[in-house]
Design a protein around this ligand. Sequence first.
Ligand code: SF4
Length: 427
Amino acid sequence: MSPVIPIRAEAGGCADAPVLRERGQREVFCGLTGIIWLHRKIQDAFFLVVGSRTCAHLIQSAAGVMIFAEPRFATAIIDERDLAGLADANTELDRVVTRLLERRPDIKMLFLVGSCPSEVIKLDLSRAAQRLSQRFNPGVRVLNYSGSGIETTFTQGEDACLGSLVPVLPASPADAAPELMVVGTLADVVEDQFARLFSQLGIPTRFFPPRQADALPPIGENTRYLLAQPFLGDTARALESRGATRLPAPFPLGVEGTMAWFAAACDAFGVSRERLEEVTRSARERAGAALARQRVQLEGKRIFFFPDSQLEVPLARFLSREMGMGLVEVATPYLHRQHLAEELAMLPADTRLAEGQHVENQLDRCRAAQPDLVVCGLGLANPLEAEGLTTKWAIELVFTPIQGFDQAADLAELFTRPLTRRLKLAA
Ligand code: SF4
């Protein structure tokens, strides 16, 4: 068993608690995975992975068996070509892009997504994007970011993608009235619910990323933004460099988190708490009743998080405070202290937090603790199940609409389902 740094018990949650930092072998998907949800969101964008056959397999298997007449992602396989040098690789890339855009006039935005193979790393994709943007101007905007497993874990791919979009957002006029920007990919059903609530609250709101490439939200000193996802550190920095101000808030998971998230916007836009209570009353009541049913199954159960999605801290807060679960360990690939400040303050003071991954040490701690439920990646789930532990795949939490009042019970159900399945197997 590996040593664990004891956490001081403190009032005010885990805001200042020491964190176990781990560096070692990781078991996490790379940033290419983000293409799966990003291509559904920006409906006239196309993601061209510049990579290897492995990359092509990864996004195809992560996407499941999807047969599209007009797919919105593909892989330009660069590493297997018999290329004489970089000039050849650039010519080849230009040829693939030209053929794609000639065939697909519906594409308005093209992302060149970098990957791991050394042939790809040598290519300067940002120069390629500039060159191709000029060539296809004004019809298509070509951008680039890295989804490489060397640089990104699976949710960091979205951060890199949105970060690449920030410089092309139009500037809002200096005298524009304050506007809210919700940042982070949300399922359309969730975005529609949030848009309705913000409109009832009288808060002018835009969503980033938008559903259409030509509907990029303007940005400037008048922009107040709320993060909808906890893994957008680089995007946040880029937004702030263009004058936007972050509204500190917990993330919109569970009734409590969603309410606090809306409250942060209401405070910034001068909307009273009474109005917020009134507008959200029926949604909160519905969610509260549905959560009470799920709580019966989760209360008192102990959960262990391996680091995967960066959603771990907000999820742990929801499960501990609204579902009554015990937190054995909450590990996250990267702990953004500033963006998670409100979340950390709400965690029980003795929560064991870990940042980064040393998979063997974490497995040792997990086995020793024998939690009721383990949230982990696909690679760890099968062996742990074989050892008798019950697991939940972290990636499902990213693919499923879980934010907001109306999804709170669906979120809880993602955790009750594996427990119920285990009970049935044992019966
Ligand atoms: Fe491609 Fe690297 Fe991701 Fe593997 S880890 S799929 S090589 S980008």
